[in-house]
Design a protein around this ligand. Structure first.
Ligand code: GLA
Length: 413
């Protein structure tokens, strides 16, 4: 009997050894992660150098109390300036001892205890953009350090990278990630400078498509220079050319949200709607400690979030643009569609759109929104009301920098 058991155990372990790939054979990318666009909060847009253990703990608490966790925000990402200026004597990265006196594993533990996932920032160059130690030449060691702290999401920038090939460097980091036991989402952040959409999906889960977002509607000549921040509509325009690259597990990243930071509430609503249409990662970037009720209600609009998180993962297509009024459409699961009318103008625009007259064909998705064949019920996702069917035209005034965002659901005959 004992002999048989021993034999069985032996066969069992041989089977396990044969079926689970060795570290060297593991695929470079964990394809089970980020199947919908990651959602969370990132410290960069507003907290910047003020980042610390106590600020992050406050943010975590507010994420729970404000309903953001309940709405789906999952990752708490510590961006630049968490690092000490020097590696330790063994060459390991370490947290800034003044900002993180309990160490990085401790803040990770607090994040986890509260039901969130722990994200951290570094750089594939020699230094982070803030001038702190980067990962170049230390890829495996640093990824192992992050894994030992319980990191679940790694954002990797590309500053101070003269002479380093972006694709090679990010591939090295992806290889290092595949060697640790912890599943870690890999966020590529080279400011879109090395066409990461062409190669990022094979090694990472999201890639920045542009240089940094700023708290403004449109690019402003005053902010041009070494630090040229883009506005909401500039980023939307650039992303519109990258639609074909977006898919579950591989996302165009138009940068973190500026809702509740420098935009009017109307602009914040339009920005949030369009990020959802683009199936963009939803990383709030506002200072949650100063968040208004209006900002909370924008960030936690579950019907808009559902458009972002739709399992098909299509980025919306720009169907039409006329006199600064855009029409964006996004195919959703169960034959639904999201449609967003975006008024980019400085004046009110009136829409009068006859659904039955204009079938909208989406070649990428192989779908057609043809209201002369199928009648759809329309839901206004901001008013949270049903607003008739596509048998009648949709008529509305849209304020400057505002949207009308609809979800269309086929009427079952
Ligand atoms: C770059 C990135 C930003 C932020 C800063 C930190 O500018 O694009 O998102 O991470 O670096 O220094």
């Amino acid at each position: 009997m004992k002999k048989n058991l021993l034999l069985l155990t032996l066969i069992g372990s041989l089977f396990v050894a044969c079926s689970s790939p060795s570290v060297e054979e593991r695929p470079i990318k964990n394809r089970a992660l980020a199947l919908t666009p990651p959602m969370g909060w990132n410290s960069w847009n507003t907290i910047r150098r003020e980042i610390s253990d106590s600020v992050i703990r406050q943010i975590v608490d507010i994420m729970v109390a404000s309903g953001m966790q309940d709405a789906g925000y999952e990752y708490i990402v510590l961006d630049d300036f968490w690092l000490a200026p020097q590696r330790d004597s063994a060459g390991n990265l370490q947290g800034d001892p003044d900002r993180f006196p309990h160490g990085m594993a401790a803040i990770g533990e607090y994040i986890h205890q509260n039901g969130f996932k722990f994200g951290i920032y570094n750089c594939g160059g020699r230094q982070t953009c803030g001038g702190l130690p980067g990962m170049y030449g230390h890829e495996e060691q640093d990824v192992a350090t992050f894994a030992s702290w319980g990191v679940d999401y790694l954002k990797v920038d590309f500053c101070f990278s003269e002479g380093i090939d972006a694709r090679e460097e990010y591939t090295k980091i992806a290889q290092a990630l595949s060697k640790v036991e912890r599943p870690i989402v890999f966020s590529i952040c080279d400011g879109g400078e090395n066409n990461p959409w062409e190669w990022g999906g094979e090694i990472g889960h999201l890639w920045r498509t542009t240089w940094d977002i700023g708290p403004r509607w449109k690019h402003d000549a005053r902010y041009v220079g070494s630090w040229h921040e883009l506005g909401i509509v500039d980023i939307i325009d650039r992303n519109s050319y990258l639609r074909e690259y977006n898919r579950p597990g591989a996302w165009n990243d138009p940068d973190m949200l500026e809702v509740g930071h420098g935009l009017t509430d109307t602009e914040g609503k339009a920005h949030f709607s369009m990020w959802a249409m683009l199936a963009a990662p939803l990383m709030a970037g506002n200072d949650l400690r100063k968040m208004t009720d209006e900002t909370i209600s924008i960030l936690t609009n579950k019907e808009v979030i559902a458009v972002d998180q739709d399992s098909l993962g299509y980025q919306a297509m720009k169907y039409k643009s006329d006199s600064d009024l855009d029409i964006w459409v996004k195919p959703l699961q169960h034959d639904d569609w999201a449609v967003c009318f975006l008024n980019r103008a400085e004046e009110i625009r009136t829409i009068n759109f006859e659904w039955t007259k204009y079938p909208i064909r989406d070649r990428l998705a192989g779908r057609i929104l043809d209201a002369s064949e199928v009648t759809y019920r329309m839901r206004d996702l901001w008013r949270k009301e049903w607003v008739g069917t596509t048998d009648s035209p949709i008529v509305a005034d849209i304020a400057p920098h505002d949207v009308l965002m609809l979800r269309l659901t086929p009427v079952v005959q």
